[in-house]
Design a protein around this ligand. Structure first.
Ligand code: FCB
Length: 462
């Protein structure tokens, strides 16, 4: 290290030793090879084929063709210095019939991927469910069917049996809020249903799946077990107005507490959320013993954060279809810059969220499992100069550092995403990658943000 560097280093914010740096992806968003080696259709294949559901009629049929290019992609991760790679396994590859015996050819792919990662010195972190339910299970009710939770536990057992000798860290679900409320209430995501009762039933069965999955993973020898939620800071517009405060409490319940309390506090759902289960006729799915299963201890809570939420009360406002039961709540403009998704940019939302989690749910270490931004990227002479994305990452990494200073037990930060990919209902037009993907040629080009991130990782500091 030169003297100049040492001098500059004094201004850096250092992270704790052993802090994990990496990037995340999800199977349906990058793999492609939709029919390879016995994979069956998932709800996202069906949804993408339904006219009007995904922008420009895009689908994950080919995506980043990662299924065939994983070795090059792992080499790229190594070049970027990633220490951890979070990816999901595709249930329809591993269990094309949804339940029953595993399809060894489907598991072979993840076997090769894990070996390649380990050979490159990168720690694999496996998510068992990132939204690609086998369509055959949706045909039997999907997440409104209690059996799906048991099938999920079988998926967990079959996967850990094959990969558990080399994969230490396991996540059961990614963002069950999206599966339940975007999938079954607003219909913006697969399977595209619009029925609040189904959304609450799905919520409970997803959490039951999580609990049963934790048991199966532990029985299979998993070293570290996590749950990843999409959480945010919900602020009332006027903190002195009791109606605004009540509105914020309700949205906090539907976004955060409904998924946090049962797994992390025990004792089930908070009273206001329990009341919504009742109101929508979904409380019957909560059976005796479920809440103890759901409360199985976990080792790590994965936090996905993109944007904060600001709410206010307004008499007569219709409910947001994503939040059934939220009549009378509006979402005022946040007066911040926004990303290409129109999502407000405010890193203090992440810092405050992490501190709140560490206070309200003490004892569970935290890891940011997704954070990132979509901007309009252009490839010019082989370079993507994505200054806005660097600023986004920089602000949020600093917010994580600030949260550590304020007492949060932070174990890592994983950027969303490694590659530009299939952004669900938005198709390929919204780019979140550290690495640009030219979909016509499948060429990968690390953006300026990737080079910036490599330096952060190298120094373990920002
Ligand atoms: C999260 C999802 C991830 C990606 C990002 C932008 O909600 O987990 O797959 O779509 O948003």
């Amino acid at each position: 290290m030169t003297i100049v560097e040492e001098a500059t280093d004094a201004h850096l914010l250092r992270f704790p030793d052993g802090f994990r740096w990496g990037a995340a992806t999800a199977a349906y968003q990058i793999e492609g090879a939709a029919q390879a080696d016995g994979r069956s259709p998932s709800i996202w294949d069906t949804f993408a084929r339904t006219p009007g559901k995904v922008d420009a009629g895009h689908s994950g049929d080919v995506a980043c063709d990662h299924y065939h290019r994983f070795a090059d992609d792992v080499a790229l991760m190594a070049e970027l210095g990633l220490g951890t790679y979070r990816f999901s396994v595709a249930w329809p590859r591993i269990k094309p019939d949804g339940s029953g015996p595993v399809n060894p050819r489907g598991l072979d792919f993840y076997d090769r991927l894990v070996d390649a990662l380990l050979a490159a010195g990168i720690e694999p972190m496996v998510t068992l469910y990132h939204w690609d339910l086998p369509q055959v299970l949706e045909d039997r009710g999907g997440w409104t069917n209690r059996d799906t939770a048991h099938y999920f536990a079988e998926l967990a057992a079959g996967t850990v049996a094959r990969l558990g000798d080399r994969v230490g860290t396991w996540t059961t679900l990614n963002e069950p809020w999206c599966s339940a409320f975007l999938g079954y209430a607003s219909g913006a995501h697969a399977p595209g249903k619009r029925d609040p009762r189904s959304a609450f039933e799905a919520t409970h069965h997803l959490l039951l799946a999580h609990g049963l999955g934790v048991e199966a993973l532990r029985a299979g020898g998993a070293r570290e077990v996590a749950l990843t939620l999409n959480l945010t800071r919900v602020t009332p517009r006027d903190p002195t107005d009791r109606h605004d405060v009540a509105a914020a409490e309700l949205i906090d319940g539907l976004q955060n507490r409904i998924f946090l309390d049962a797994p992390l506090k025990g004792g089930g759902y908070p009273d206001d959320m329990r009341a919504l289960f009742e109101r929508f006729g979904a409380a019957g799915v909560i059976h005796e013993g479920d809440l103890a299963t759901i409360a199985a201890p976990i080792d790590l809570l994965g936090v996905n954060y993109y944007q904060p939420s600001l709410v206010a009360a307004q008499v007569g406002a219709p409910p947001n279809p994503c939040y059934p039961g939220s009549e009378g709540v509006i979402y005022p403009d946040q007066q911040t810059p926004v990303t290409a998704m129109d999502w407000p940019v405010d890193p203090t939302g992440l810092g405050d969220l992490l501190v709140r989690l560490s206070q309200d749910y003490p004892g569970t270490p935290l890891i940011v499992t997704e954070n990132g931004a979509s901007y309009v990227d252009t490839l010019v002479d082989g370079r993507v100069a994505d200054a806005a994305r660097i600023e986004y990452f920089d602000g949020h990494v600093r917010a994580v550092h600030d949260a550590i200073r304020r007492g949060a037990d932070m174990r890592g930060y994983l950027a969303w995403s490694l590659l530009d990919n299939f952004e669900w209902a938005y198709g390929y037009d919204k780019r979140f990658g550290l690495v640009y993907v030219d979909y016509a040629t499948q060429a990968r080009v690390p953006k300026d943000s990737a080079l910036w991130f490599r330096e952060v990782i190298r120094r373990n500091a920002v």
